[in-house]
Design a protein around this ligand. Structure first.
Ligand code: F6R
Length: 613
């Protein structure tokens, strides 16, 4: 998704802006640009459709030098990906803006501004911001005052940054629905949509809150809150985690992140287990009191995080005896929800900035006769979701750079298992013996994950069967059904092969019509009470000539045969099987994508953190 970088300094900032954009590349984008006020006081820009490398090359041929500038990677929403629509957008040759988000009333504003004589040069919603600001600047004469007058007229979501040749000592920034962070330097200051972009220049950050407007100068910072009152926001020191944002020995971030899973799952458990019990305090000091009152759980998330929530539903109902509903955030946020009494609202998100998930949390908090409290299961400690929830469990996965989520998912599942055991423990619904057994299994989980990663070569070989295919079915039953959904999502995201997941029992109610020799059917089959039923479902596929690939427990009794390829998995407690069986599906989609030559870490059309609706 779109990225913003800005800098005001005493040195040429072009390299800082370009490096910042490179660090945001992983989020997915289709064009890039920079704008600077040069020494002669003129505003200049360079924009390119395509990768930051192309922008860098263009800047190599026609360098821009300046001490004040903003830069952007654009992920198209309004208007096709092309140079004309790339940010920064200009007005009057003296004002530049970069913007993440969507301005919903852009059509009305465009008509008004055109009537005032402004000429639009792009198809974007963003361009209305810069012309409106220019109009205000003409009457007010001061950029800060002009931005404050512009903001109330913008409807929608934005994180934006503005510079002007008229006042070349400052960057103006505003945030509503799209994150912004200020990086503090020595005699220089920076701005970005993600602190990752600025780690090359500082480790001290100030996070803007919803509705904030900031004036950032080289040696001063002023912030006004949503009510216009000047506020001080605390500066946070960032400590680099173990995993730096580089690929190390791996060919892709995704592969590195898949292989990190034993270590990050270990870290997700650290300090959260004592002897044979889960430490409920891991969720915060008030967690035990809150969990004691919980009668229902409502989980809300998007994409892969939603699949984690779907697995948790099986766990919460079966192990903790708590009714649970799971819904995608984009639906939940617009539904007239009837809240069951004593319901805990749980949001799951890697980034903690997904627009739909955040909006769902905000709506949930506003509901009359609403939720008992909110819990965020999230990977980013400084995210909006964490800051706005009552309780938090950080997943401790470290930075996830590959657009396709891998280690974030498995650590979310660990967090959700800890939640299940905590509620079960506090309410006495889970016997001591069951808790002790599951805690022992959790302690063994990193080792089991390492064993499944050792199957990499075998799965790489298997992936050759998929390179020419156009469609794949994924099947699972019980808590493995969401695992099948996650497998299908991974395959389609990075290999662009159409894939769908079904609960195996649903096959004969329609999708069986698709099965023929050209349709691989991937199945996850741990050794549980649904095994025999699953075997019958698979017979239905074989009888129609479908090719089966079965990831099965060693003791499940599956054998290789004509049209059936079995991959034996390490034995694991059934409750934790969804975590283990995710690994081979991640590896499978990774290798299929590599064979098909796609951009594994930045698949087409996708973005890492979806900060627009
Ligand atoms: C898929 C993927 C997405 C995200 C979804 C939610 O591999 O990464 O489906 O899971 O966009 O993102 P978060 O978890 O950041 O809220």
């Amino acid at each position: 998704m779109c990225g913003i970088v800005g800098a005001v300094a005493e040195r040429n900032i072009t390299p800082i802006l370009v490096e910042g954009l490179k660090r945001l590349e992983y989020r997915g984008y289709d064009s890039a640009g920079v704008a600077l006020v040069e020494a002669d006081g003129r505003l200049q820009r360079c924009r390119r459709n395509g990768k930051v490398a192309e922008l860098e090359q263009a800047l190599g041929q026609a360098p821009l030098n300046g001490r004040l500038g903003i830069a952007h990677t654009r992920w198209a929403t309004h208007g096709a990906p092309c140079e004309r629509n790339a940010h920064p957008h200009f007005s009057g040759g003296e004002l530049a803006v970069v913007h993440n988000g969507i301005i919903e009333n852009h059509e009305a504003l465009r008509t008004r501004l055109q009537a005032l004589g402004y000429v639009f040069t792009s198809d974007t919603d963003t361009e209305v911001i810069v012309h409106l600001l220019h109009h205000k600047l003409d009457s007010l004469g001061d950029l800060t005052a002009a931005l404050k007058a512009t903001i109330p007229e913008l409807h929608g979501a934005y994180g934006l940054a503005v510079i002007s040749a008229r006042q070349p000592d400052r960057i103006l920034a505003a945030r509503s629905g799209s994150p912004l962070v200020i990086g503090l330097g020595m005699g220089e200051n920076f701005l970005a949509s993600d602190q990752l972009a600025l780690r090359q220049v500082t480790d001290r950050f100030v996070y803007l809150e919803e509705g904030d407007i900031a004036e950032i100068r080289r040696d001063a910072l002023q912030i006004w809150d949503v009510n216009g009152a000047e506020v001080q926001r605390e500066a946070v020191q960032y400590h680099e985690g173990a995993e730096a944002a580089d690929k190390g020995e791996y060919r892709h971030f995704m592969l590195k992140e898949i292989h990190e899973q034993p270590a990050v799952v270990q870290r997700a458990l650290e300090g959260r287990l004592r002897d044979d019990q889960v430490l409920v305090e891991a969720f915060g000091p008030q967690a035990a009191a809150l969990f004691a009152k919980v009668r229902n759980v409502q989980i809300v998330a998007c994409g892969t995080s939603y699949h984690a929530g779907m697995v948790a539903r099986y766990w919460l109902e079966e192990l903790a005896g708590i009714p649970c509903q799971v819904e995608v955030a984009s639906e939940f946020r617009y539904r007239k929800v009837v809240v069951q009494p004593d319901t805990l609202f749980v949001s799951i998100s890697q980034s903690g900035e997904t627009a739909d998930t955040l909006a769902a949390l905000r709506n949930a908090k506003l509901m009359q006769r609403g939720y008992l409290g909110s819990l965020a299961i999230c990977n980013v400690a400084t995210s909006s979701l964490v800051r706005e929830s009552d309780l938090t469990l950080l997943t401790q996965a470290g930075p996830e750079i590959g657009v396709a989520s891998t280690k974030a998912f498995t650590t979310q599942l660990v967090g959700l298992m800890l939640l299940t055991l905590s509620i079960g423990q506090v309410q006495g619904n889970l016997g001591r013996a069951s808790e002790a057994e599951l805690v022992a299994e959790l302690r063994r989980l990193p080792m089991r994950l390492a064993e499944s990663l050792a199957m990499d070569r075998e799965i790489e070989k298997l992936s050759e069967r998929f390179t020419e295919k156009h469609h794949t079915l994924f099947l699972g039953r019980g808590a493995q059904y969401p695992v099948a959904m996650e497998g299908a999502l991974k395959l389609k995201e990075i290999s662009y092969i159409h894939a769908e997941a079904y609960p195996a029992g649903e096959l004969k109610h329609g999708p069986l019509a698709l099965v023929d020799g050209d349709m691989p059917v991937v199945t996850v089959a741990p050794n549980n009470e649904l095994l025999e039923k699953l075997k019958s479902n698979l017979q239905e596929v074989r009888a129609r000539g479908g090719e089966l690939i079965v990831f099965a427990d060693r003791e499940a009794g599956f054998e290789n045969g004509e049209g059936t390829q079995v991959v034996n998995m390490p034995h694991i407690h059934d409750a934790l099987a969804p975590i283990l069986y995710t690994i081979p599906l991640q590896l499978l989609s990774y290798h299929v994508a590599v064979l098909r030559g796609t951009d594994v870490d930045q698949p087409r059309n996708l973005a890492k953190s979806v900060t627009v609706e």
